[in-house]
Design a protein around this ligand. Structure first.
Ligand SMILES: *Cc1c(COP(=O)(O)O)cnc(C)c1O
Length: 369
């Protein structure tokens, strides 16, 4: 097994029998989508599990993000302050909603948006702040809310990495005006493809319902212009099955993360992000920062691990603001820290079914030089 390839993640799955048994009723009902029984059940269960007042299930995280932005009704061309240190989906959702991203730098200690730099970026065109709980690291939600209140801005969190995370005893999705989760196959909880928005305003539930179901409100009645963002029943059942095992999977990832932490704490030039106090983490990702003192550069370490069959990811490099489709198109803001993190970060393999000895193999490859 020493040479078996190791990937950065591997989807969790219920047993084959468990899923097959759970989807059997669909052959009788023939109700495969359009807000069926399992869609309703999963919405309910997730509202409880995530500890959020309202939740709307969606076909994927990106659609949840776009539709949530659209439900807010911002004027065309309005500015949204966001982070470039994220998956490209965050920036795409803003631009595809005919809004302008204004990139804000991030903090070295956890990679989340630097709230001390927000106020300088606010103009009379600013409509919203769209931060990301990157790797499940919790943003400074209190300070972001204070600034948003002061300037009457909406706050939408990209919480795609933060499933199950709590802060000060509350579900992470209960902060801000809305939060968006991804249930993509590679995330810590998945429905194959899927996502959700959480929020407290019941009016938003109705708006999102229209947006995800063509605005249809009756057999002959369409009241709003909407897209198709519904989750189907097969995906909802996968979610219900996975939800049964989600705590156990988190415990497994936690043990692996702690082994990594112990093994890397003393390695000169390897830095880890800091966890915020009063946070329950989900251990979904294990990012490391390869600093000057380490004998290899980040890219050299990436290559060296790859030669040993260990596939890590340069998440998130390049910054979304530096991608070909966005480069030099938006306000030129100093992004020194984000750029530095993008040059130094490497995400190590961690997933539910990963063996302890696999983590040891990764550690060994980082140690020897
Ligand atoms: C995965 C992800 C998304 C998009 O979610 P999908 O379910 O893949 O559409 C958005 N933002 C971030 C930060 C993500 O990691």
């Amino acid at each position: 097994m020493r040479n078996e390839k190791i990937y950065v993640t591997r989807s969790s799955m219920p047993s084959y029998e468990e899923y097959i048994e759970a989807i059997k009723p669909l052959w009788d009902s023939r109700w495969l989508t359009n807000m069926g029984r399992y869609h309703g059940e999963l919405e309910h269960r997730l509202r409880e599990f995530l500890d959020v007042p309202e939740l709307s299930l969606m076909v994927n995280g990106h659609t949840a993000l776009e539709l949530t932005i659209q439900a807010m009704g911002f004027p065309e061309g309005a500015e949204v302050i966001t982070t470039p240190f994220t998956f490209i989906s965050t920036t795409h959702a803003i631009v595809r909603s005919h809004l302008k991203p204004v990139f804000c730098d991030v903090k070295p200690e956890d990679g989340t948006i630097d709230e001390t730099k927000l106020e300088n970026l606010i103009t009379e065109r600013t409509a919203a702040i769209l931060p990301v709980h990157v790797y499940g690291n919790v943003c400074n939600v209190e300070e972001i809310q204070r600034i948003a209140d002061k300037y009457s801005l909406k706050v939408i969190y990209d919480a795609a990495h933060a499933f199950g995370v709590t802060y000060k005893g509350k579900g992470i999705g209960s902060y801000g005006d809305a939060s968006v989760f991804s249930f993509h196959a590679t995330k810590v909880f998945h429905t194959i493809e899927g996502g959700a928005a959480s929020f407290s305003d019941r009016g938003l539930y109705e708006k999102l319902y229209n947006l995800k179901n063509f605005g249809i409100r009756g057999e002959e009645l369409v009241t709003a212009v909407g897209a198709n963002g519904k989750m189907n029943e097969f995906c909802a059942v996968m979610g219900l099955c996975n939800l049964e095992h989600v705590e156990e999977a988190a415990a497994r990832r936690r043990a692996l993360s702690e082994a990594y932490e112990r093994g890397l704490r003393e390695v000169p030039g390897i830095r880890l992000f800091e966890a915020k106090p009063e946070t329950k983490r989900n251990y979904g990702y294990f990012p490391i920062l390869v600093e000057e003192e380490y004998p290899l550069s980040r890219d050299e370490l990436y290559e060296r691990l790859k030669e040993k069959g260990i596939h890590t990811r340069k998440y998130f490099y390049p910054l979304t603001s530096d991608q070909a489709c966005f480069k030099n198109r938006y306000r030129d803001v100093e992004l020194g820290c984000a750029r530095e993190l993008a040059e130094r970060v490497l995400v190590l393999p961690v997933y539910e079914g990963m063996e302890r000895e696999t983590a040891e193999r990764v550690l060994h490859a980082i140690h020897t030089d």
